[in-house]
Design a protein around this ligand. Structure first.
Ligand code: NAP
Length: 306
């Protein structure tokens, strides 16, 4: 794969940024990758493990001369970071992000983007429950979707270049409108995370079932919930606060369906339960057929997951 950008700057050095760095290096997609994280501890770790060609002590220093700047911080921090770096962005550069919510990030970041700089939001649909600079790995994005969410008037050449970078990192790329993105992700990721957090919280509250029993006998369903519920608290707090409407809409529907199933159980309506489970089983088959998961008993997860 050939070089796509001379200089890339990664702001925030956690799971996603570190995976991007290793994936960029794997395929030789950039000449130099600079990085910045807000804490000295993370910058020290990055230097120790060779994460980024150059780790800078300020975000401004990292983005100077960069052709592509990728904001890899929690959604709630994107606006402040964009404001901080705005004055030193190179004319003709592209600013992108990897935030799990798009409308909120666009509203927070776009006002700070200077004339002559491209802004192309993005969201890789890949992750694990781990975070921090040491959690990344080059294969995270392999065969995973990355959604580009170009804003109105985005330069087609700049979009094509960013697409090439994500494809070079192993992703399949699609383009989507921000509001549609936020609704789709509320269904496929945000609401399921909230349900997992709730289920694990309920088990924790059930004093009749001791902690050791929950751990010892945890069957696949619950184990899967605990993995999802171990996801980073800052990231997920920001996701729910910034994708409020879509998540509440999906949770409203979820609650209605849950009540219907509850009634079916109470009234002994086996037909309702059977039909419902038959329909949901077909959705699972569709996901496997689309190559987004495997039929393996551990869901084929290995390292990459959510
Ligand atoms: P992470 O591993 O927790 O890393 C976050 C990074 O952002 C750290 O370097 C942290 O710096 C920095 N940071 C945190 N708060 C900040 C603030 N207020 N100002 C400046 N920097 C700050 O997170 P991640 O999983 O890579 O997630 C990064 C972004 O990717 C988020 O927007 C998330 O929505 C999105 N995303 C995550 C996943 C996933 O599954 N994890 C998947 C797709 C997209 P310190 O280390 O110095 O604290």
């Amino acid at each position: 794969m050939s070089q796509i950008y001379d200089r890339v700057a990664l702001i925030g050095l956690g799971l996603i940024a570190s995976s991007m760095f290793w994936a960029i290096k794997r395929a030789g997609l950039a000449g130099e990758v600079t990085g910045y994280a807000r804490s000295e501890a993370t910058r020290d770790t990055a230097r120790r493990i060779g994460l980024c060609d150059r780790v800078c002590d300020t975000a401004r220093e990292a983005v100077e001369c960069a052709d592509l700047v990728v904001l890899c911080v929690p959604v709630g921090a994107m606006g402040a970071v964009a404001e901080d770096i705005a004055a030193v962005l190179k004319p003709g550069a592209t600013v992108s992000d990897v935030g799990s919510v798009k409308r909120h990030v666009i509203q927070a970041v776009q006002p700070h983007i200077p004339e002559g700089v491209h802004f192309i939001p993005a969201h890789p649909l890949a992750g694990t429950e781990h975070s921090g600079p040491e959690s990344g790995f080059a294969e995270l994005f392999d065969n995973r979707w990355c959604l580009l969410v170009p804003v109105e008037g985005s330069d087609p050449d700049a979009v094509a270049r960013l697409r090439a970078l994500w494809e070079g990192m192993g992703s399949s790329v699609d383009e989507m409108d921000a509001d549609h993105h936020d609704l789709v992700l509320a269904v496929t990721s945000h609401a399921p995370h909230l349900i997992a957090y709730t289920m694990v919280g309920v088990a924790d509250d059930l004093r009749r079932v001791t902690d050791s029993e929950v751990i010892k006998y945890s069957a696949a369903g619950f184990r899967d919930f605990t993995r999802i519920a171990a996801s980073d608290p800052t990231m997920w707090r920001d996701v729910f606060l910034s994708n409020k409407d879509a998540t509440l809409e999906i949770l409203g529907r979820f609650t209605e369906e849950l009540f219907a199933l509850q009634r079916a159980i109470r009234t002994g309506d086996g037909e309702h339960l059977f039909d419902y489970f038959t329909r949901t089983r077909a959705i699972r088959r569709g996901i496997i057929d689309a190559g987004q998961d495997t039929d393996a008993p551990d869901f084929g997860r290995g390292k990459a997951s959510s």
